[in-house]
Design a protein around this ligand. Structure first.
Ligand SMILES: [Ca+2]
Ligand SMILES: [Ca+2]
Ligand SMILES: [Ca+2]
Length: 478
């Protein structure tokens, strides 16, 4: 465990992409989630991830590689999609004379519930020069030392098509609203022609004045910025922390002129993302901890211009959860800790955003390149004798340009750097992102993306990997 200060988090941010090298550590027995104890952990990593599409089946990575239980599925910022979805036509301008003569309009009574449907139909194509951990999500490049991984791969998939509904449920009193949201896509396994639906968001909320109460599943409160654009590869394990998870959240957000202060706290499910069961007792290690994780966020938002679409945002957030696993004859509790700082600065057509984190045991938050706890079997009897959390730090910086209505550009770089992983483990994952989105017609988006991954492996047996990944997509938002 370590103490984190804002300064150290900022240091982590600055550390970004200047790639410290992974430091080989003594012994590694870290097993795949759900796999048998270390000695038997040579099974393919993906065996423990039922949600992973076939493409996620990892080749025979040595037992040392700690695979995240379900890096398979995911994705997608809601905001960017909404941002390109529609250009509202200008409001009709009524002649002054007729406006003054028009009879007073009755304010229509609100009806409840009222439904607003939205989503997009979409097709993605991706080609990578080196095999990735997941063909559709990327995540990290596999070591060329593993037979078969030096080959290129190509995937074509409509899984990121999305459908959602916002429901205005009731307005029990002036200034008090109750609403709900359900949103799904198809990133949940199944064959490439029989994709299984997946719940992305499902929550209800009550807003009263400056307070908001939310229960259900939505984005983590922590690390709120998203890296990558509409191509939906969020660069988890490559510098971007934060996923969606079940939570109960309270937010207080008073405004002061152009500024707004946001303070929020949540209890959340530990282990909901990596669904690890390292001790293979068939109970998720986050559930075994018998406690919810806690998340907190404090943020200042300032509208730099009165008509600005997005405010400047500066904030800090933190996560504290637990995992409980068997070590030898005992059960031990391992903390999941993260401290994050973020900033987003929109100036005219340019938005600069950055997020940096410092913590340990981050696999459940999409950090540590999916490695949270290092297991060691000292006597080789197949039973874990020692275990330690893996510290990690990282972050990303991204520049987005929206020079004209029909085109946007994203340039980004990020890094995830776990410390002290054993030989064969992933020591550093560096990502570079170059995304172009064209909007030849307001309801049609075409994307052309280039991403670069450099994944370094600890020890001499596994060579480092470099992958160039090209992605194109078409998207019809509605
Ligand atoms: Ca984030
Ligand atoms: Ca367990
Ligand atoms: Ca042992």
């Amino acid at each position: 465990m370590r103490t984190m200060t804002l300064g150290s988090v900022i240091t982590a941010t600055l550390f970004l992409s200047f790639g410290a090298r992974a430091q080989p550590a003594p012994v590694d027995g870290a097993a795949d989630a759900g796999a048998a104890p270390p000695a038997a952990a040579a099974a393919p990593a993906a065996a423990a991830a039922p949600a992973a599409p076939a493409a996620a089946v990892a080749p025979a990575v040595p037992a040392a590689a700690v695979a995240p239980a379900a890096p398979a599925v995911e994705v997608a910022p809601t905001a960017p999609v909404a941002a390109v979805a529609i250009e509202a036509p200008p409001p009709p301008v009524a002649p002054v004379a007729s406006a003054s003569l028009a009879p007073p309009e009755a304010v229509p009574a609100k009806t409840f519930p009222s439904f607003k449907f939205y989503g997009h139909a979409r097709l993605d194509a991706a080609y990578a020069t080196q095999r990735m951990y997941h063909a559709q999500m990327g995540f990290w490049a596999l070591s060329p030392s593993t037979p078969g991984t030096q080959e290129a791969e190509f995937v074509l998939y409509p899984r990121w098509s999305r459908f959602g509904v916002d429901v205005a449920v009731a307005e029990p009193a002036p200034g008090v609203t109750i609403d709900a949201k359900l949103e799904m896509d198809f990133v949940n396994g199944g064959s490439e022609s029989r994709a299984i639906p997946r719940m992305r968001h499902a929550y209800g909320q009550l807003k009263a004045g400056d307070f908001q109460f939310l229960g259900g599943q939505t984005w983590d409160l922590i690390a709120p910025l998203l890296y990558g654009g509409m191509e939906q590869v969020l660069f988890w394990y490559g510098g971007n922390l934060g996923d969606r998870r079940p939570q109960l959240r309270v937010t207080y957000g008073p405004s002061f002129g152009n500024a707004k202060l946001v303070v929020a706290a949540a209890v959340a499910q530990s282990g909901a993302v990596d669904i690890q069961d390292l001790d293979a007792d068939t109970v998720m290690d986050g559930v075994s901890s018998a406690q919810p994780a806690l998340q907190g966020l404090a943020e200042v938002q300032v509208k730099l211009q009165p008509d600005a679409k997005a405010p400047l945002r500066v904030g800090v957030s933190a996560h504290r959860g637990q995992k409980r696993i068997a070590v030898g004859a005992d059960e031990e509790v391992f903390p999941v800790i993260a401290g994050i700082a973020h900033v987003a600065i929109p100036i005219s057509v340019v938005t600069l955003q950055a997020e940096g984190y410092l913590g340990e045991n981050l696999s459940d938050l999409r950090g540590g390149i999916g490695q949270g706890i290092e297991l060691r079997d000292l006597d080789g009897d197949g039973v874990t004798d020692e275990a330690d959390t893996i510290p990690a730090r990282g972050g990303f910086v991204q520049l987005q340009l929206d020079p004209v209505g029909w085109y946007s550009l994203q340039l980004g770089t990020g890094v995830d750097n776990p410390k002290g992983v054993a030989a064969g483990g992933r020591g550093l994952n560096q990502t570079v992102h170059f995304g172009n989105a064209f909007k030849p017609y307001r309801q049609l988006v075409v994307g052309a993306v280039y991403d670069y991954y450099r994944t370094e492996y600890a020890g001499d047996a596994m060579r480092d990997a470099n992958a160039h990944r090209y992605q194109m997509y078409t998207m019809i938002p509605f």
